[in-house]
Ligand binder design. Structure first.
Ligand SMILES: O=P(O)(O)OC[C@H]1O[C@H](O)[C@H](O)[C@@H](O)[C@@H]1O
Length: 355
């Protein structure tokens, strides 16, 4: 398909029957809703005494938890760990706050660990719309944010990030993030408008990047607060555009991956790289991104970048996520695929349920 198709508004009605573009545009209002609902939440007093926080979350909920952790890493008084497996680590005890973050409330790894956390008398909290988590919360008087959301879990990312920030502040572990949230709402609305499908490719950076990525597998690179945005981009390219994509973190990948771009020969034809940047990355990390770009260019791999907007790390990270989400949808339309169905994931869940 050629690029002019992205400027043909009819393709969105044809390939987007579930209105995923509309859902993207709702991200600022979803953030507002997630923040305000979390701010109204009452938490038990003894939750303030926990010594660490463990967040259980897979897929989008995992990316969201990682983003929250990266945002507060330099100021949070206690450690926050993201856990993505069936068995809970041995250190989880009555001194741990365990947050089960799952939009559907039925993701089995999360439910499994949450049950173990309950039997260890950990302090519990849920972020969900339903499923087993909602039932557990209702049955055992577990505090949490039970929200209404009927759309695909991947678009509910706001509910995995902002409530965590609100909860950490309520418990006294980080400063108030209201100002950063307000800034983010404004910037996200501007991006949602600016990258909308009504803007032609010549005037729409998200369509331009989708055009450049068409037909290639994508490596997404990030560091610090931008790494979760790179991971988010990778997951959205997989689920929406149905294409190969991977995410790597700088500086770790500078110690190994950079050696591996020589073979197979001519692989530069099939790959593209995208760097997720913000002004909050250190000078050293910017230097590393530049040297990484040079090495990729030597292997004839094209390198593009997405820059964060706004003054706060939260705003910059969310703005990167929204920009990447638009690119993933435009790439889906270029690829001629409906971004909504995730057949392989559904197949996986069905096979596991039957075994
Ligand atoms: O947030 P949850 O409902 O637990 O969903 C976790 C993940 O489940 C599936 O694997 C979906 O493909 C992802 O998009 C989703 O993020």
């Amino acid at each position: 398909m050629d690029i002019r198709n992205l400027d043909d508004l009819n393709i969105y009605t044809k390939l987007d029957p579930n209105h995923m573009l509309d859902e993207l545009r709702r991200m600022p209002s979803l953030c507002k809703q997630a923040w305000e609902t979390a701010e109204a939440l009452n938490l038990p007093e003894d939750y303030r005494a926990v010594k660490q926080v463990v967040i259980l979350g897979m897929g989008t909920s995992g990316v969201a938890a990682q983003l929250a952790e990266r945002i507060v890493r330099d100021e949070c008084k206690i450690p926050i760990y993201l856990h993505q497996d069936y068995l809970l680590p041995a250190y989880v005890s009555a001194d741990t706050l365990v947050i089960a973050s799952s939009s559907s409330g039925s993701t089995e790894e999360v439910v499994s660990c949450f049950n173990q956390a309950a039997s260890r008398q950990a302090k519990l909290l849920v972020l969900t719309t339903g499923g087993e988590l909602k039932e557990m919360a209702a049955g055992h008087n577990i505090p949490g944010l039970v929200y209404d959301y009927t759309y695909r879990p991947s678009t509910a990312i706001a509910y995995g990030v902002l409530p965590v920030l609100s909860i950490l502040h309520k418990l006294g572990f980080i400063p108030n993030k209201s100002a950063e949230v307000s800034e983010s709402l404004i910037v996200l609305s501007q991006i949602a408008e600016r990258l909308s499908e009504k803007y032609q490719t010549s005037n729409n950076p998200a369509k331009q990047l989708a055009d450049k990525l068409e037909g290639r597998a994508v490596m997404a690179f990030g560091s610090g607060v931008t790494f979760p945005a790179a991971r988010r981009f990778k997951t959205q390219l997989n689920e929406n555009a149905k294409c190969f994509a991977f995410a790597e973190e700088i500086p770790e990948m500078n110690h190994n991956s950079v050696v591996g771009y020589q073979l197979p020969q001519n692989s530069g034809r099939y790959w593209a790289a995208v760097m997720f940047k913000t002004t909050f990355l250190s000078k050293r990390i910017h230097q590393r991104m530049k040297i990484t770009t040079d090495i990729l260019h030597q292997a004839k791999i094209p390198v593009f970048s997405i820059d964060g907007y706004g003054f706060s790390p939260l705003c910059q990270a969310l703005s990167l996520i929204l920009q990447g989400d638009f690119v993933s949808l435009y790439l889906a339309f270029l690829n001629g695929v409906d971004p909504y169905p995730i057949d392989a994931v559904d197949y996986f869940k069905q096979e596991l349920a039957e075994s």
